[in-house]
Design a protein around this ligand. Structure first.
Ligand code: NAP
Length: 214
């Protein structure tokens, strides 16, 4: 699959490298093109001149930027996004790390979907720390790639993509369930901050219903 990775930080680096290693054609975009080029060299991937250029040639788009950048990034790519799979990895954490900025309103993923008409949006990989995103196996377990979407075809595509890099995809519900996935991510982040952890804790759901694994 042709995958555009928007954002060349921890998440973009880990997921782009994993997908490139699994045989997907990855193209990075970042606001600083030198960072996109550097990540691309590490991952055996390409680098586009802009987010819009990266998206134009892609089947799937990974949003790996701070949630505060979503307004700008979605405005830049909206014209080229119709029909494409968009994987929203962002967590809408407040800049002071005191909680989620979306409490009481739509989830971050629903904000993304509203900003990208025609896109097939999946919330996914946001519950997995970047330290564990490049490989689905950690601490002796296959980790869960919990995801939420309203689109059945997008669910099937996400399932294949997540499995291709070693995760067990688990569908937790429609896109509105992204609120719970974002809360789970925040729980894990807060635990690491409170307990001065190693930032490698991860979720594995025991005995999920078979339909969630289809
Ligand atoms: N780190 C994790 O373990 C983890 C796990 C799951 C989900 N997430 C979520 O994933 C997202 C990315 O996290 P990260 O740790 O990879 O962050 P990061 O290391 O800070 O990287 C963010 C990337 O986004 C770019 N960016 C920032 N503003 C932008 C804009 N307006 N337009 C285009 N690109 C922009 C940054 O560019 P510059 O370098 O130029 O600033 C950088 O390349 C966040 O929403 C985070 O909550 C993180």
């Amino acid at each position: 699959m042709k995958i555009a990775v928007i954002g060349a930080g921890n998440v973009g680096g880990a997921l782009g490298k994993a997908f490139s290693g699994a045989g997907h054609e990855v193209t990075y975009a970042a606001r600083d093109r030198a960072k996109a080029v550097s990540r691309a060299q590490e991952a055996g991937a390409g680098a586009a001149a802009s987010s819009a250029d990266a998206v134009t040639g892609a089947d799937a788009v990974i949003l790996a930027v701070p949630f505060t950048a979503i307004v700008d990034v979605t405005a830049e790519i909206a014209h080229a996004i119709s029909g494409k799979l968009v994987i929203d990895v962002t967590n809408p954490i407040k800049p002071d790390y005191s909680g989620l900025s979306t409490v009481g309103g739509p989830s971050g993923a629903e904000v993304v979907a509203a900003s990208l008409p025609g896109a097939r949006v999946v919330k996914g990989f946001n519950t997995i720390f970047a330290s564990n995103q490049a490989n689905g196996v950690a601490h002796g377990h296959v980790l869960d790639a919990l995801y939420a979407t309203d689109d059945d075809d997008a669910a099937a595509e996400f399932t294949k993509l997540a499995a291709s890099i070693g995760f067990r995809p688990v569908k937790v519900g429609p896109l509105s369930a992204a609120a719970e996935l974002e809360a789970m991510a925040w729980l894990n982040i807060r635990l690491q901050m409170l307990a001065n952890g190693a930032w490698d804790s991860a979720f594995v759901l025991l005995a999920p219903p078979a339909a969630a694994l289809a």
